[in-house]
Design a protein around this ligand. Sequence first.
Ligand code: MN
Length: 188
Amino acid sequence: MKLGKYRAKRHFQKTPEPRGIERKIRGNSFVIQKHRASHLHYDFRLEVDGVLKSWAIPKGPSLDPSEKRLAIQVEDHPVEYKDFEGVIPPGEYGAGVVMIWDFGVYEAGEVESLREALTKGELKFQLHGKKLQGGFVLIQTKYKDSRKNWLLIKEKDEYARKGSNITEEESTSAYSGKTLDEIERLTS
Ligand code: MN
């Protein structure tokens, strides 16, 4: 079961996060959630085969192709998670505030080649989000033999911006317009 790990980490009587279902319908959504937990990070999720493939990016995405952002693969999340913005209560897994920082759809060609790219560790895609646009690549590194470590890199195209700091420039929710503090105040 693809969502086994996700569910095992959470108590759904205590957290407002969705339990979710494994879907048969294929979609091509993506979401980036800004997550203020023990450390602030960004969770990048791509819908593949009925779940959200997920990576935690400590520094968040960049539009500068010379910036390689570490992206640590984490457990698959349910597709419903892309709509989650709120507060995970103290004591629960990932306790803290979650913001929908960006969302939209992505393109990466045929699903067979997408699966193959994930297995091979080099995935190219185009994002069509509220904040992020254009080509990106996720490349698996062989660092310390961990298969969890990837790098997220902006491709050189018309949306690339040298020296940009998109996470500073665009700090509020793409879904509600709220800041992390407002989400915390209004939903906890
Ligand atoms: Mn997270």
